[in-house]
Write a protein that binds this ligand. Structure first.
Ligand code: FES
Length: 161
């Protein structure tokens, strides 16, 4: 189900982390990244790998917005709508991004490249309006910048300079 690297990452977390709960969070993050969803098959897989009950894994998985039951696009674009970002024009950015990508909140582009999430403070208020692509901070962003970045091949331009 997972690449050898992903399994190694989870097993390393299990042996190094102080608690199994931390290893579970690592496993959920790794599985979401690699499989782009944590559905029932993934929950059973994680439970078996960490010797936990599926109910425990599912309970934790369903708590976090970032862990999805349905597949995301190749990249997840998260636009912050917290107060700092709101004051710096986050709503305008979100509107333009939705137009550029032709998706609504939580939607995935027709080509499967991007899933758009509108989120609360992501802890990058200094770069408002802030955003993330997958695990990378890319703010401050403007709609025009998103337009250019979404055209970048394979998302390779998703880096803050
Ligand atoms: S309010 Fe947007 S990063 Fe904090």
């Amino acid at each position: 189900m997972l690449s050898e690297d992903a399994v190694r990452e989870i097993e390393a977390a299990r042996s190094e982390e102080e608690s199994l709960r931390h290893a579970l969070l690592t496993a959920l993050r790794v599985v979401q990244r690699e499989r782009r969803q944590v559905g029932s098959a993934e929950i059973a897989y994680i439970a078996d790998l960490l010797d936990l009950s599926p109910a425990v894994v599912q309970g934790v998985a369903r708590f976090y917005d970032q862990i999805t039951q349905t597949p995301t696009g190749q990249h997840v674009l998260s636009l912050c709508r917290g107060i700092s970002c709101y004051l710096c024009g986050a709503d305008d950015v979100a509107a333009e991004v939705m137009e550029v990508l032709a998706v609504g909140r939580g939607g995935t582009t027709a080509d499967g490249q991007f899933t758009l999430r509108l989120v609360e403070c992501i802890g990058d208020c200094d770069h408002a309006p802030a955003a993330m692509v997958d695990d990378r901070f890319i703010g401050p962003v403007e709609g025009g910048a998103i337009r250019a970045l979404t055209r970048a091949e394979g998302g390779s331009a998703w880096h803050r300079s």
